[in-house]
Design a binder for this molecule. Structure first.
Ligand SMILES: Cc1ncc(COP(=O)(O)O)c(C=O)c1O
Length: 468
C-alpha cells in the first residue's frame, strides 16, 4: 500500500519528537513516548493553527464584534467537522463539546434518564469511564471476556436474551486501552437495536487509529452515541465530544444548567435551548474545539488506513522481538501476524520486577515514557492476570489500607503514528537490561502510590523548562 514514509513523513508532523531529557546517570537521551494510549503529543498543524487562531480569539455566541463572530464561526465549523469525522449527519445527530470522554459519558448517563431497574450492558474490558457513570444511574451488567481478554460475544448474546427489553443501553469500547483489541461495535449495535436498546461506542482509544462511522440511523448497525477525547487525537487542548442522536438531547432537561443553555428565562420559568446549546452550559473551550478540528483534518489528510498500516507494522515488529525476550510475559494477543487486527497497545510484565519499577527504570535510565498499573480498567487487568475473587479481594483490602506496593498490574507500551522501529529497538535493549537485573539505579518504593523513585536523584524540571 502507498503511504507516507513511517519514520520521516509522519514523525515530522508531530511536536516535540526530538526532545532530550535528563537521565539518572547524568546523560541525556531523546525522549521516546510509548504512552500514546494515555495522551498524544500535538500535531504541528494543530499547534500552528491554534497559534493563528489566537490572534482572532474572542468571546463566542453573543459577542457582536468581528472577532467574536469569527470565533463563533470557527467553533461551529469545529462542530460540523466533528460530525463529519464520525460520519454523522447534522439532521439526525448533534455534537456536544466538553472536556473529554469521561465527561461525555457522564453526561450521557445522566441525560438518558435511566431508572434504577434499567440495565446498561457493558463489558469487563471497559475503561472505568465507560462503566462507573452508569453504575450511578442504572443497573450495570458486565459481559465477560475470555482468559486472553477478548470480548465473549456468546455471553453478550446470552445477556441480551436474559435481560431483554430491560437493556436500555449497550456501552462498549471500540478498542481496549489495555490490550488494543478492537470490538465488533457494528455487529453489537445490530444486536442491541434488535432488542430495542441503544448503543454507545467509547471511541476514545479507537478514533486516533481507525475511522469511526456512526452510519445512518436507518442502518441497523448504526451507533447511537460515540465519544472522543481530543488529547488522544494529537490535540491536547482540553476538549472532547459526545456525538449522539439529536432526538435524545431534544428531550428532557440539561444535566448542567446555566448560561448558554436557554432560550428565555423569567424568575419563574425556563425555556431550554435546542441541542447542542442546551447541553453546553457556560463558556465553551473554543480553542480546544478548533484544535480538535485541525487534528481531525490532519488525520484525514494522512489517511486512517495509512496510520493503521504504520502502527500495525510497529506492533508486528515489537511483538516479534518482545516474544522471545527472556523473562518477559506478554498479555492479550501476542501474535505478530494479527497485528493489523488490533491497536498498538501492548501490556507486559517482567518476571520478578514490579510493573511500577519497570516503568520507573525505563523512564529514569532510558528516557522511555510508558505507563504501569491497571490503566483505569481494574476488573479487566485482574482478569488478564488470572486473579480469582479471593485474591482480588485481598488486593482491594491492602489498597484500601493505604499500601499499593503489591498492587497487581502490568507495564504498557502504546504506539502513535509518529513512533519508529528505532525507538522500539531502544526499548528492547532497555528491557533486556531490566529483565537481567542490570539497571543502574537504586530505587525506593512509596507505599501510598506503589511508585518507585531513584534513591537520591530526581529530575530538575525547572532546569529543563522555565515559565518565567
Ligand atoms: C477506552 C477509554 N475510554 C475512556 C477513556 C477516558 O478518556 P479521558 O481521560 O480523556 O476522559 C480512556 C482514557 O484512557 C480510554 O482509553
Amino acid at each position: 500500500m502507498d503511504y507516507p514514509n513511517p519514520s520521516h513523513g509522519l514523525r515530522s508532523r508531530v511536536v516535540g519528537t526530538e526532545i532530550a531529557v535528563p537521565l539518572l546517570d547524568g546523560a541525556w537521551a531523546t525522549y521516546i513516548n510509548f504512552d500514546n494510549a494515555a495522551s498524544t503529543p500535538a500535531l504541528v498543524s494543530v499547534r500552528d493553527g491554534v497559534d493563528r487562531f489566537l490572534d482572532y480569539y474572542a468571546s463566542v455566541h453573543r459577542g457582536t464584534g468581528f472577532k467574536s463572530q469569527l470565533a463563533t464561526w470557527a467553533y461551529e465549523q469545529a462542530r460540523q467537522a466533528t460530525l463529519r469525522f464520525v460520519g454523522a449527519a447534522p439532521e439526525t445527530h448533534t455534537c456536544i463539546f466538553g472536556k473529554n470522554t469521561t465527561e461525555a459519558i457522564n453526561k450521557l448517563a445522566r441525560r438518558l434518564e435511566l431508572r434504577p431497574q434499567d440495565i446498561v450492558l457493558t463489558t469487563e474490558m471497559e475503561h472505568h469511564s465507560d462503566d462507573l457513570p452508569f453504575r450511578a444511574a442504572a443497573r450495570v451488567v458486565h459481559v465477560r471476556v475470555d482468559a486472553q481478554g477478548r470480548l465473549n460475544e456468546a455471553d453478550f448474546d446470552n445477556q441480551m436474551r436474559r435481560h431483554g427489553k430491560a437493556v436500555r443501553l449497550v456501552a462498549v469500547t471500540g478498542a481496549s486501552n489495555v490490550t488494543g483489541y478492537l470490538n465488533p461495535i457494528h455487529r453489537l449495535a445490530e444486536k442491541a437495536h434488535a432488542a430495542g436498546a441503544m448503543i454507545l461506542a467509547d471511541c476514545a482509544q479507537l478514533a486516533p487509529h481507525r475511522a469511526v462511522d456512526v452510519r445512518p440511523l436507518d442502518d441497523p448497525q448504526h451507533l447511537d452515541f460515540v465519544v472522543l477525547s481530543a488529547h488522544k487525537m494529537y490535540a491536547p487542548y482540553g476538549t472532547g465530544a459526545l456525538v449522539g442522536r439529536k432526538d435524545i438531547f431534544e428531550a428532557g432537561e440539561p444535566d448542567v444548567r446555566g448560561g448558554g443553555t436557554v432560550e428565555v428565562v423569567t424568575t419563574d420559568t425556563v425555556a431550554w435551548a435546542e441541542p447542542p446549546d442546551k447541553d453546553e452550559a457556560g463558556s465553551p473551550n473554543v480553542i480546544g474545539a478548533v484544535a480538535m478540528m485541525l487534528a481531525m483534518g490532519e488525520l484525514n489528510a494522512i489517511g486512517m488506513p495509512a496510520i493503521a498500516q504504520h502502527e500495525a507494522e510497529l506492533t508486528a515488529y515489537a511483538l516479534e522481538r518482545l516474544r522471545p525476550l527472556p523473562g518477559l510475559r506478554l498479555f492479550g494477543d501476542s501474535d505478530p501476524q494479527r497485528a493489523s487486527e488490533r491497536l498498538g497497545v501492548i501490556p507486559f510484565q517482567v518476571e520478578g520486577v514490579s510493573h511500577f519499577q519497570v516503568a520507573a527504570i525505563l523512564g529514569h535510565e532510558f528516557g522511555i515514557g510508558v505507563r504501569s498499573g491497571c490503566f483505569c480498567a481494574h476488573p479487566y487487568v485482574l482478569r488478564l492476570l488470572g486473579l480469582d475473587h479471593d485474591r482480588a479481594e485481598a488486593v482491594r483490602m491492602t489498597i484500601l489500607s493505604g499500601d499499593r506496593r503489591t498492587m497487581p498490574g502490568m507495564t504498557r507500551i502504546s504506539f502513535g503514528l509518529y513512533n519508529t522501529t528505532q525507538e522500539i529497538d531502544r526499548l528492547l535493549e532497555a528491557l533486556a537490561i531490566v529483565a537481567a537485573g542490570k539497571h543502574k539505579g537504586r530505587y525506593m518504593q512509596e507505599p501510598a502510590t506503589g511508585e518507585f523513585r531513584p534513591d537520591g536523584w530526581a529530575p530538575d524540571f525547572g532546569a529543563v523548562l522555565r515559565f518565567s
